[in-house]
Ligand binder design. Structure first.
Ligand code: SF4
Length: 718
């Protein structure tokens, strides 16, 4: 092992995997090796950790795959060589300046990650939008929650999650749509299970084409056909209206758009909707009855709704159920979008997507741009009103030659992007690629002209925000190996090489203070928050203003804002929530005789994203050790496929080869592949994104990972 300075002691930090945001206690032995346990004082997990969290120390202690020094090459066919930080950043700055001068600021881009800390997100967003003068920054969060961002904005006026996890424990009906929290947000689901143990009357409704572990807890399990979520939500809406189970006063006083909504949902009978969705009419009526009888009703969703060509409309149709029943802004009620990544929410706070500005300001709003320009002390008009390239658009622009240089930090696009071979071809054509990474495994590295070694979890200081607006502090516990540096420091050093002012922070706390000050007076206001307060109070929820700062420690306000919209004033111009209406046609890829099955992709319990961290832990391979195709037995028999047989899954874009797992838990006509595997640990034939399509939701630009047309056959030796 490499020397890691500092011996002994205990520190608190936050899990770096999912958006639940569990608190962790870390102890360090005399050799500097870490051990982890759940933090019993943390309000999210109260000491619990899931299999991924409780094995985090293995990834932190194992530095065998770490990148230790900057590397650089002068031509695609030249070998990369170890260089100094100075040489790497000076050359990168020279290349960026050349492209910007010759082709304009939009010739360069940054592709970041929902795993970046808020401070890292903040400086990279400031760099490109405020100083380079382009909005070409996007993150892998585009691939998982951008539909939820647009959904919240359109219905509530801003991207603001109204509820707290505590609300799950006081709700009496929870509708889980397109999510498997039992595997993907395990500690949050454990809290729901504990709430059910205390209150056996808690009703759980789950909709998902796959019968997952979450479904086993359901009072009503709706195994709907892929892509029919809006039809289902509309049918439930119609049943609620028919039964008189809506909140007419709330609709009248606090919403807009109900009449049009009623017309749309009454265009189809519940029986017709049931046929389209492939569920029983009685199940829809039962689900509606549970919602109608609830005093507290929570909707909860994730990728099954978001990752779709109609992802935004799926979000809106679900949020509508909260709005027509008035179940928002009160204890035990509201729409809760679960974030996949640990800091997807923090990235949204700083405006780290190609169409946003800090603190939920709008790029298209002239006065918002002027506010940020003044704050950053840059000339008026520097921030462009034109939205930048989104995640998949960046790779398309590299392919077409419009984009010359890309800087990839903290993400592994050659496993995670849809139709990934297209992205690979684009990176091959790129003029200049910078990869800022901790591990020497990701495939992206082979295309890098410059590799910058980054510090990992526990090796840097900063903050993250979980899915309930809860900000937690992460301690620096270990020194990074070799010459690896914290991501924010790398970006600031580069900005200074570019000659920009405003990046000479003395420490990370100064970056946080600047970000917090920029939120002052907005709906994300956390201007009263500092590292010192976070260290004392452990974690708080935004907004966090002077009111919260001054609150006595016994007062709930001392922990920030538990619930939004308790005054029923929404962030829309009219202060009313908007009930949106739209047709429920799915525009996903059409099935054909050659590709008659729907492929949906997703996660398994013990792996995280592209496995660059969890893939190193042997214990985590015990649950499921290799990729597989889940297929209904009737579909398998029809194709001469038996259990464990090697199969070929083909789409018009490529193929995947894995073993078949026959299961009646998946709907006939649908097959499932895990998203984790790829070239890193095996060969690329188990990479699910070889065959996914590149269609996007037109509003959120989120890809349609849950619906690709494929065919499956038994593998035959050539
Ligand atoms: Fe980490 Fe999520 Fe597991 Fe909590 S539930 S320990 S945040 S992976």
């Amino acid at each position: 092992p490499l020397p890691r300075r500092g011996a002994g002691g205990e520190a608190v930090t936050t899990c770096c995997y999912c958006g639940v945001g569990c608190g962790i206690k870390v102890t360090k032995d005399k050799l500097g090796r870490l051990n982890v346990s759940g933090n019993t004082d943390h309000p999210v997990n109260k000491g619990m950790l899931c299999s991924k969290g409780m094995n985090l120390h293995y990834t932190a202690n194992d530095t065998s795959d770490r990148i230790l020094y900057p590397e650089m090459r002068y031509g695609r066919n030249q070998p990369r060589q170890r260089v100094s930080w100075n040489a790497a950043l000076e050359r990168t700055a020279a290349v960026f300046k050349t492209f910007i001068e010759k082709y304009g600021p939009d010739s360069v881009a940054f592709y970041a990650s929902g795993q970046c800390l808020t401070e890292e997100y903040y400086v990279v967003n400031k760099l490109i939008k405020g100083f380079i003068g382009s909005n070409n920054i996007d993150t892998n969060s585009r691939l998982c929650m951008s539909s939820a961002v647009v959904g919240y904005k359109m219905s509530l006026g801003e991207d603001s999650v109204p509820v707290s996890y505590d609300d799950l424990e006081i709700a009496d009906t929870i509708f889980v749509a397109g999510a498997n929290p039992a595997w993907c947000h395990p500690i949050l689901w454990r809290r729901v299970e504990a709430a059910r143990e205390k209150n056996p009357d808690l009703k759980i409704i789950v909709s998902d084409p796959r019968k997952t572990q979450t479904c086993s807890a359901a009072n009503v399990y709706l195994q709907l056909n892929p892509g029919t979520d809006i039809t289902l939500h509309h049918a439930i809406g119609r049943a609620l209206i028919e039964n008189g189970d809506i909140d007419s006063a709330f609709i009248k006083n606090n919403t807009e758009g109900f009449d049009q909504y009623r017309n749309i949902v009454f265009e189809r009978t519940i029986a017709e909707a049931a046929v389209i969705c492939g569920v029983e009419e009685d199940q829809i009526r039962e689900a509606a009855a549970y919602i109608g009888n609830a005093k507290g009703f929570i909707t909860m969703w994730t990728m099954g709704l978001n990752q779709s060509v109609v992802g935004v409309n799926k979000n809106l149709s679900l949020i509508n159920l909260n709005l027509i029943t008035g179940h928002i802004g009160k204890p035990g009620s509201g729409p809760l979008s679960l974030t996949g990544q640990p800091n997807a929410m923090g990235g949204r706070e700083v405006g780290g997507l190609s169409n946003l500005l800090p603190a939920h300001r709008e790029l298209s709003n002239e006065s918002h741009r002027a506010e940020v320009e003044e704050f950053w002390n840059i000339p008026k008009g520097t921030i462009s009103a034109k939205p930048g390239l989104t995640a998949t658009e960046m790779f398309d622009a590299l392919e077409s030659g419009k984009l010359k240089a890309i800087w990839i930090l903290c993400t592994n696009p050659l496993i995670s992007l849809p139709d990934v071979r297209k992205a690979e071809a684009a990176l091959k054509k790129a003029k200049f690629v910078v990869v800022q990474e901790i591990s020497n495994k990701p495939e992206t590295l082979q295309y890098a002209d410059v590799i910058l070694p980054a510090a990992a979890w526990t090796e840097k200081e900063g903050t993250m925000t979980n899915a309930e607006r809860r900000i937690s502090y992460l301690n620096k516990i270990l020194d990074a190996p070799g010459e690896a540096l914290p991501d924010a420091e790398i970006i600031c050093r580069f900005a200074q090489k570019m000659g920009y002012h405003g990046f000479d922070y003395k420490n990370f706390s100064e970056i946080f203070d600047e970000h917090a000050a920029l939120t002052k007076g907005t709906n994300v206001d956390m201007s009263a928050l500092t590292y010192e307060i976070l260290k004392k109070r452990l974690t708080v929820q935004w907004p966090f203003t002077q009111l919260h700062l001054n609150a006595h420690s016994d007062n709930e306000l001392a922990s920030g804002t538990k619930r939004l919209f308790t005054d029923k004033k929404f962030y829309t111009p009219s202060a009313k929530a908007i009930i949106h209406s739209f047709e429920d046609n799915n525009r996903s890829e059409a099935l054909t005789p050659d590709f008659p099955l729907v492929l949906t992709t997703g996660r398994i319990r013990d792996q995280w994203h592209t496995m660059s961290k969890t893939g190193k832990v042997n214990k985590l391979k015990q649950h499921i050790s290799s990729s597989f195709l889940e297929i209904h037995p009737e579909d398998a028999i029809q194709r001469g496929i038996g259990e464990d047989a090697l199969v070929v899954i083909k789409s018009s874009r490529g193929e995947v080869r894995v073993k078949a797992k026959l299961s009646t838990d998946i709907k006939k006509g649908v097959v499932f592949l895990p998203m984790h595997w790829g070239k890193i640990l095996n060969n690329d034939l188990n990479r699910a994104n070889n065959i996914t399509n590149n269609l996007l939701d037109p509003k959120s630009k989120e890809p349609d990972y849950k619906y690709s047309a494929v065919e499956v056959s038994a593998y035959k030796k050539p």
